[in-house]
Design a protein. Sequence first.
Length: 403
Amino acid sequence: MKKVKLGIIGMGNMGSTHMKNVLAGKCPEIDIAAVCDIDPARIEAAKGFYKDAVEKNPEANIPEVAYFDDAIKMMESGVVDSVIVAIPHYDHPKSVIDALNHGLHVISDKPAGVYTLQVKDMMAEAEKHPDLVFGMMFNQRTNHVFRKMKEIIASGELGEIRRTSWIITNWYRPQYYYDSGAWRATWSGEGGGVLLNQCPHNLDLWQWICGMPAKIDAKLKFCKWHDIEVEDDVTAYAEYANGATGTFITTTGDAPGTNRFEIDCDGGKLVCEDAKTLKMWKNEVFESEFTKTTTSAFGAPKCQVIDVETDGENPQHVGVFNKFAAAVLRGEPLVADGREGINGLSISNAMHLSAWQGREVSLPLSDADEKAFYDELMARVKTSRRKENVVSSVADTSSSYNN
C-alpha cells in the first residue's frame, strides 16, 4: 500500500504527540520518515519513541526514521514527501513556504502565524503550488458536536443567527506550563497569549460555524494571572453583517473553568456544553413571525427541547492526519485547508489591536489595520524578555483536546 512519507519539524509537545500517534498505527496511510529538532535532547527522545513502538509491535515492520537538526536538510534529503510544522508560531509561515518550495505537501499546526501579513505571504505561495496539499491542524473541527452545530446552522433549520456567545474559560494553565519554555508567553517568542496559543481552535470554530464577524471591540488583560508578558484574560464583543451580536470570553486563569457555546437564532437556539453535549431549542414558529401575529402580551413561541444526536466520532489530530493522507494520495477533502487559517487569526489580531488602541476594529482587516497591528506587536517584541534558567519539557497534550 502506498503511504505518505511524513517528516516532523519540531519535537515539542505537539510534534511528539504526532509521532506517537503515527507509530502506534493510528494513521495507516502515513509513515514517519524523518523528524527534525534543533535540540539534541528532543532528537534522543524521538529515537526513544521509535524504539518503544518497534518493541511493542515488532510485527508492524515500522520503517526506519531519519533524524535531522536542520529542517531544510530534511526537506532536501529525499526521504520525505510531506511535512508537519510543529514549531513556535512565528516560524509557521516560513516553514510552510520552505516546504512548498521544496515540492512537499505540508500541514501546519495552529495558528497559521502570528500576524496576517505573514500569513498572506504563505497563502500567496500556496496558490503557486496547486499540485501540493496544504492543510491546517484544526483538529477540533473533527469533534462530532461542532460538526453537528455547523450542519444545523448551515441548513437554515433555525433561521438566521441573532446572537453568539462562547465562554471558553477551561483553558487553565499553571505557572509551570509557562515556565516550561523560554519562548512561551512572550511577545518575541509566541506573539500572544491565550488568543494565539489555546484559542485558535475556538476562534476557528466560532467563524467556521457562525461566519466571520464584521466588527470587534475587545478588552484584554496582560499578565493578569501569571508571570508572563501576554494576554491571559479576554472579553470581546462582536457584530455581524446581518446585525447579530456576539461575545467571546476566555482566560487561562479560571479553575474550574467553563466551556459553553450558545448560538441564538430566529427559530431557536443551540447550546454546546464542554464540547461534549448539544441541545437544541426549536421554536414552533420563528420569533420574527410570532412577534407580528401573537395577541398575548407576555406570550412566547412554544419550543421543543431536543438532545441532539451525533455520530459520536471525535478523532482529533489522528482524524486530521488521516484526511491529509487521503488528500495527498487520492485528492479527497481536508478537514481544513491551510488558507482557512487566516480567518481565526484575523479575529485574534483584531482583538489585540482593539485592546491596544482602545477602539472598534472592522473585519476583514484593512491594509492600514494590518500594518497597525504589526507595528504594535513589533514595539512589544523590542522590549520582550525571555525567561532564564528554563528547563525545557515535553508534556502529554491529550487532556487538552476537547476544550
